[in-house]
Design a binder for this molecule. Structure first.
Ligand code: UDP
Length: 459
């Protein structure tokens, strides 16, 4: 086999960078050289969180490089509308220049580009440069199925040409697929209509680009989404892509992990701790944040809570008066946890989660029941999987003010702890998913086929 060099480009968000770094790691372990392309801002965050050295080279086969996203360094990247527009205007040209300079300077020519589906323009650039393209989808595959079915959804009058829902009734994308709510389609589930519109534009571009690639790699598994994969055989499950066992396993994280929580977990009884984390993006208003704090206090159980810097809309996150004194050592609060290690810890009993797809997979692979608190986009569909399909968790209801109250949180936690059905279902799914990444499993063999394809035309 000839030597291969793969360029990997994720969408600049934590939930996209982590699984694409894991995919890269798998390729590196097989001797493939990987150049990982972040935006400059993300590259700097990763460097600061101490994972790579400043030149971006941390081993012979892995190179971390960056190109600008087109916004000024101090501009707000949480404004996804602005960010997405700037990316599509500025990054394709910079990406082409990068390919040319890598090819000039590196002794191994780029043989393949793996582009995040949300960066579909990179697939066009690959085509233009005569490099084999592959796409990567980081969310659930049912979410991608709605993207690939956009024309049918428009023809059936479910959505209009701007992606807005016209009929809010349960639909099935095929007879064998699970029913889904049109309002759960990922480009619809944003509070801001401008954001929904931008997300829909990304969807249309991705759909077109998908026709240019032989491979659409998905961080999912047939055990979790069998009907969707059989409806779309062009999609290849290779997940779940979880952190491999290596020393430097803080792969692509934007914040430094606080590992002191692992020692704290060691001191807690088995299956006793509530773990609460809402990924990298979720924002809380102060009222809701306080209700959650009180709910955890009322639960009377040990808890480990990730309170990310900037998690509340206010400038500083403020806990209720006397909170820290009252919870004492029963509660551990960190700004970023080694989540995969936490979820695998025997002391953890359940996961209060925003249901981002990575968090969902990580909870599933550790056999944990969920309390679902979705924030936006595909997270509502993931909640449906957890609560209605896999039956491994519960949702939370808002009161008439739109708040999830402390009493609601306390009572749902009690149900999760007292009803063994959730844990039993979770353990059952855990076993099934584990078989897909083991030798002979579907995700395992798809990855091997993809690896062979990377080499095919160059050998
Ligand atoms: N994560 C982590 N530590 C934390 C919180 C989150 O390592 O304290 C990781 C988590 O394991 C997951 C990713 O961040 O891999 C979040 O991705 P997800 O798709 O769940 O949510 P998003 O951040 O995209 O909303």
């Amino acid at each position: 086999m000839g030597k291969s060099h793969v360029l990997v480009i994720p969408f600049p968000a934590q939930g996209h960078v982590i699984p694409m770094m894991e995919l890269s790691q798998r390729l590196i372990e097989q001797g493939v050289k990987v150049t990982f392309v972040n935006t400059e801002v993300i590259h700097n965050k990763i460097v600061t969180s101490n994972w790579i050295n400043k030149d971006g080279v941390d081993d012979d086969l892995r190179h971390m490089v960056s190109i600008p996203d087109g916004l000024d360094p101090c501009e707000d990247r949480n404004d996804i509308v602005k960010l997405a527009k700037s990316i599509s205007q500025n990054m394709p040209g910079k990406f082409e220049e990068l390919i040319e300079s890598v090819d000039k300077e590196d002794d191994t020519k780029i043989t393949c580009i793996i582009a995040d589906f949300n960066m579909a323009w990179a697939i066009r650039v690959a085509k233009k440069k005569g490099i084999k393209p592959a796409a990567f989808w980081s969310a659930s595959v049912i979410t991608l199925a709605s993207v690939l079915s956009v024309e049918k959804l428009i023809d059936d009058g479910i959505i209009n040409e701007k992606g807005m829902v016209l009929k809010d009734e349960m639909i099935r994308l095929s007879d064998s697929m699970l029913p889904m709510k049109p309002t759960n389609m990922f480009w619809v589930c944003f509070e801001d209509p401008a954001l929904s519109e931008v997300a829909f534009q990304i969807v249309l571009a991705a759909k077109q680009a998908s026709e240019l690639t032989e491979w659409v790699l998905c961080n999912s598994t047939t055990e979790l989404e069998a009907a969707t994969f059989s409806m779309y055989p062009q999609l290849s499950p290779i997940g779940p892509l979880l952190a491999s066992n290596r020393l430097a396993d803080q792969t692509g994280h934007f914040w430094k992990e606080d590992t002191t929580c692992l020692a704290w977990l060691d001191q807690q009884p088995a299956c006793s701790v509530i773990y609460i984390a809402f990924g990298s993006f979720t924002l809380f208003n102060q009222n809701q944040f306080e209700e959650l704090a009180f709910g955890l206090e009322l639960s009377n159980k040990p808890f480990l809570w990730v309170v990310r810097p900037g998690m509340t809309k206010e400038t500083a996150t403020i806990f209720p008066d006397g909170y820290m004194e009252r919870i004492g050592s029963r509660g551990k609060i960190v700004s970023w946890a080694p989540q995969q290690k936490v979820l695998a810890h025997p002391s953890v009993a359940c996961f209060v989660s925003h249901c981002g797809w990575n968090s969902t997979l990580e909870g599933v692979t550790n056999g944990l029941p969920f309390l679902c608190w979705p924030y936006f986009s595909d997270q509502f569909q993931d909640e449906t999987y957890i609560c209605d399909i896999w039956k491994t968790g519960l949702g939370l209801n808002k009161d008439e003010r739109g708040i999830i109250t402390r009493e609601e949180i306390k009572s749902k936690i009690e149900v999760l702890f007292n009803n063994g059905m959730f844990r039993a279902n979770a353990l059952d799914i855990k076993e099934k998913v584990a078989s897909s990444i083991a030798k002979g499993g579907c995700s395992h063999s798809n990855f091997n086929k993809f690896f062979e394809w990377i080499h095919e035309k160059d050998s």
